[in-house]
Design a binder for this molecule. Structure first.
Ligand code: MD5
Ligand code: FE
Length: 204
C-alpha cells in the first residue's frame, strides 16, 4: 500500500505492522543503553521531542550547533549498533520506494509526548544528499506537514499512524517538513507517545 505524496516521496502505509514486536524489543534495548533526552538548541531552547540515536553516527544538538557524532555526549560511549530489524526494514522500505543500495549510518530516535511538535525545517546536516531518508512512525498518530524547497512553498498534510513509513529522496530530499502538535491519546503498545525512527546516510 504505497502512496506517492510528492516526486520521489512515498508513504508506505502499515509497512512495519508485521514486524512490530521485533522492532519494539530492539527499540527498548537501544533506549536502555542511550537514554532519551531533550537536547538544547543553538538558540537557547530545548527540543520538545526527546531524542537518542543508534548506528555508527548520531545526530546531536547543543548550544554550539547541530552535528553528527560517533559518541553519545551523555554516556561518552559509542552509540549502539543499529539493531538488525531496524536495518532490514529500513533497507526494504527504501527499496520498495525505488531507492536501491540504501546504506544508513545513522538512526535518530524521536519520542514525542502529547503536545510535542517539530517546527518546519530541512534535514541538511548530512554530507550525502544522494541517499534517501527513511522514517518509521510508531505509537500515537501525528499530522506531518510536507512542504517544498522554500519555507513558504505550499504544504501537504500527511496523517502518520503506527506502522507507517515515509521514504524521501532525490528532488524531495531537502524539502521543508514539520510535525504538528501530538494530540492527547494512549497507544496500546507505546502509551502516551509517538516514536519516530529516522534513518539517514550522514557521511559521504
Ligand atoms: C518525524 N522527523 O516524524 C520527522 C520525520 C527529523 C524529522 O523531521 O528531522 O527528525 S523525518 C521526515 C523527513 C525527512 C527528510 C525529509 C523530509 C521529511 N522531507 O523532505 O519532507 O519525527
Ligand atoms: Fe526532519
Amino acid at each position: 500500500n504505497t502512496v506517492q505524496i510528492a516526486p520521489e516521496a512515498f508513504l508506505l502505509k502499515g509497512f512495519l505492522l508485521g514486524q512490530s514486536e521485533a522492532l519494539l524489543q530492539s527499540l527498548s534495548n537501544v533506549i536502555a543503553a542511550n537514554p532519551l533526552r531533550h537536547m538544547a538548541t543553538p538558540n537557547g531552547y530545548q527540543m520538545s521531542a526527546a531524542m537518542t540515536n543508534c548506528g555508527e553516527w548520531g545526530w546531536v544538538s547543543d548550544e554550539k550547533g547541530y552535528r553528527y557524532s560517533r559518541r553519545d555526549p551523555v554516556t561518552n560511549e559509542l552509540w549502539q549498533p543499529m539493531p538488525i530489524p531496524f536495518v532490514q526494514l529500513a533497507i526494504s522500505a527504501a527499496s520498495t520506494a525505488g531507492f536501491d543500495h540504501f546504506i544508513p549510518d545513522a538512526c535518530l530516535i524521536n519520542r514525542y509526548a502529547v503536545s510535542a511538535a517539530m517546527s518546519l525545517h530541512q534535514d541538511k546536516d548530512e554530507a550525502n544528499f544522494t541517499q534517501p531518508i527513511v522514517s518509521f512512525s510508531l505509537g500515537l498518530p501525528a499530522t506531518f506537514d510536507f512542504g517544498g524547497a522554500t519555507r513558504d512553498a505550499p504544504k501537504v498534510a500527511v496523517y502518520l499512524e503506527h506502522g507507517d513509513v515515509l521514504v524521501w529522496g532525490g528532488q524531495s530530499r531537502l524539502n521543508y517538513h514539520g510535525v504538528r502538535r501530538i494530540k492527547p491519546g494512549v497507544h496500546p503498545l507505546l502509551g502516551p507517545y509517538r516514536y519516530n525512527l529516522t534513518f539517514r546516510r550522514s557521511q559521504p
